[in-house]
Ligand binder design. Structure first.
Ligand code: NAD
Length: 552
């Protein structure tokens, strides 16, 4: 059966209540905007919305038939049962891809994935929170802005950014680059990924070869014009080629799906068909080929760094694989979270987003107007909303992302709930966030690298965060761990709460938004970050401050 992937509009319900309907629409949405919906893949190489099609169909059936006082259990994308709980309990709770410590290895993941025992939910795929490339765009833009402040007198006009990967998340890079006024070249090995970003407006041009790409970038730099160009090619070959010509970009990063050596990264010299064949023939040989290629790729990044470029890892484990392949200097490249965003996370300012469930883009504009007026003094938010409403196209259900922090998220969510109740909005709104958020992720090579107290690999925090969100009556709560190359590298939690205009939603939003960000601030306070301790004092958070214990 050929499936159609589309979003549902309007306010007619197919479920017994708006909360169930909302989660069903979010599931439809991640497939409608996903990278390979026929295989239930949403983004990040293998991040799936459900284990398989029978599981998907059973989830849809459960959402359509369950009552408000029930809770659907999902284990790695497969529905397990609908439990009797109560109307204030989450409607859906999930555990996706959690493997026991010593067993949490890529080779076990691929084996169990094949045996249909497990599936990877990515961060926002398995729990139906993905909103297309927009989900990461403000984060990418904020990184470029921090680099501009620190290294380029707050001005990226005339500056050259080199990156790679135009997939679900990487596809945000060209638009984030032009919004930051830079000239950005993105290398991508799959023509279909380039076509998708050209079509959805995240990318302006494709060059026919490297000569033309570099000439277009140089001309834009000369004119100090913002420009985005894609080049079809393999980054492990193109980066060294640029380096050998003596061209040094101002900023270099990479967002290929390098975390996954089997399904994500394409080794140099391989066509997409050859990768697919090798995957069937010999997974270990494919992993070796990807790792060898990543070595060349990262050696070129270090070469750019040695010649003065600002180089950073964009959260895809590329340094880790390079290091395992023998690149001793790989970790001289900083990770974006620690280098640029940690002061924001210390105050639980992170990738918060909301989705218009009736599919009416005017709802997003009404909320934009409110934000611009209410948060006029918040430079990050007002600057972003002004840019986003002009330049960021909607994909699937209309959605917006804004890096709001503790208290701000609650205030917005409660006002939106009132807007739904009094008819200023045409339908309910879902509030959610990326897992890459203050209290929600332990990932020692991305989110929690070089924590002040050395707590990089302590996964209690995201687990506590998920428990807190259950206790705070969120509508959906998920605990995820890494799959593919991320196996054994991360644990994170996801949360979604629906503003349907009801008094019950008001309580759910009040508790879940407030407690979610509270645990984020407390996590960083516990690690000793002064910004978090200040936030706790300024906003009277109920943190129990103990003197640092003696070492045992
Ligand atoms: P994706 O699988 O949707 O896309 C990856 C793209 O990289 C594909 O288009 C693929 O063709 C291309 N590619 C693979 N190997 C290549 C090579 N050697 N040269 C050039 N192009 C190549 O993945 P995605 O959702 O875009 O995520 C990309 C990476 O970013 C993942 O590792 C993901 O986990 C990570 N990520 C980071 C953040 C963040 O906040 N920084 C957020 C989400 C995801």
């Amino acid at each position: 059966m050929k499936r159609a992937f589309k979003v549902t509009s309007g306010t007619e319900l197919r479920c017994l209540g708006w909360r169930q309907e909302a989660l069903l629409r979010l599931l439809e949405n991640v497939l409608a905007v996903g990278e390979n919906p026929d295989e239930l893949v949403v983004y990040a190489a293998l991040g799936r919305a459900a284990r398989d099609w029978p599981s998907h169909d059973a989830i849809v059936h459960a959402l359509k038939t369950m009552r408000e006082d029930q809770t659907l259990l999902v284990q790695s994308g497969k529905p397990i049962g609908v439990l009797q709980t109560h109307a204030n309990a989450p409607l859906v709770i999930m555990a996706n891809c959690n493997m026991v410590g010593q067993w949490a290895k890529a080779e076990n993941f691929y084996r169990w994935e094949k045996e249909n025992l497990i599936c990877w939910g990515g961060l926002t795929a398995g729990d139906w929170q993905y909103i297309g490339s927009q989900g990461v765009i403000q984060g990418t833009y904020e990184i470029f802005s921090r680099i501009a402040e620190r290294h380029f007198a707050n001005d990226l006009r005339g500056r050259f950014i080199l990156t790679a990967g135009l997939g679900g998340m990487g596809g945000a890079q060209p638009l984030a680059g032009t919004l930051a006024n830079a000239a950005i070249l993105t290398v991508e090995v799959n023509q279909a990924s380039i076509d998708k970003r050209l079509k959805n407006g995240f990318l302006q041009h494709q060059a026919k070869d490297l000569d033309q790409a570099l000439a277009m970038i140089a001309a834009a730099q000369q004119r100090k014009e913002a420009l985005s160009v894609a080049l079809l090619g393999n980054a492990a070959e193109v980066y060294p080629a640029i380096l050998s010509r003596g061209v040094v970009p101002d900023i270099v990063t990479d967002q290929t799906a390098a975390h996954d050596l089997v399904y994500g990264y394409v080794p140099a010299g391989y066509s997409l068909e050859q990768v697919a064949a090798q995957r069937e023939a010999d997974i270990n040989a494919l992993m070796d080929a990807s790792r060898r290629s990543i070595v060349q790729h990262v050696e070129a990044m270090i070469g750019f760094m040695d010649r003065g470029a600002v180089v950073f890892d964009n959260g895809n484990l590329i340094r880790t694989h390079a290091h395992q392949g023998g690149v001793a200097r790989a970790f001289e490249i900083p990770i974006f979270t620690e280098a640029f965003l940690r002061p924001l996370f210390c105050r639980a300012i992170g990738p918060f987003r909301w989705i218009a469930l009736s599919n009416d883009s005017n709802d997003i504009r009404v909320i934009d107007d409110y934000l611009l007026q209410r948060f006029a003094d918040n430079r990050i938010v007002s600057n972003w909303i002004t840019l986003a409403r002009q330049h960021v196209p909607f994909e699937g259900l209309p959605a917006r992302i804004a890096w709001l922090g503790h208290g701000e998220r609650t205030e917005l969510a409660l006002e939106v709930n009132r807007m739904v109740a009094d008819g200023r909005l045409s339908g309910p709104i879902a509030f959610t966030r990326d897992h890459l958020d203050a209290g929600a992720m332990a990932h020692p090579n991305i989110m929690t690298e070089k924590m002040k107290d050395g707590s990089d690999a302590i996964a209690d925090w995201p687990l506590l965060n998920a428990l807190v969100n259950c206790a705070s009556m969120a509508d959906l709560v998920a605990i995820h761990s890494g799959g593919g190359g991320y196996s054994g590298y991360m644990t994170s939690s996801g949360v979604t709460t629906i503003a349907d205009g009801s008094a019950a939603a008001e309580q759910r939003l009040q508790l879940s938004m407030t407690n979610d960000t509270s645990t984020g601030v407390m996590r960083y306070a516990d690690a000793g970050y002064q910004e978090s301790l200040d936030e706790i004092a300024e906003k009277s958070l109920p943190y129990i401050s103990l003197p640092r214990g003696e070492q045992r």
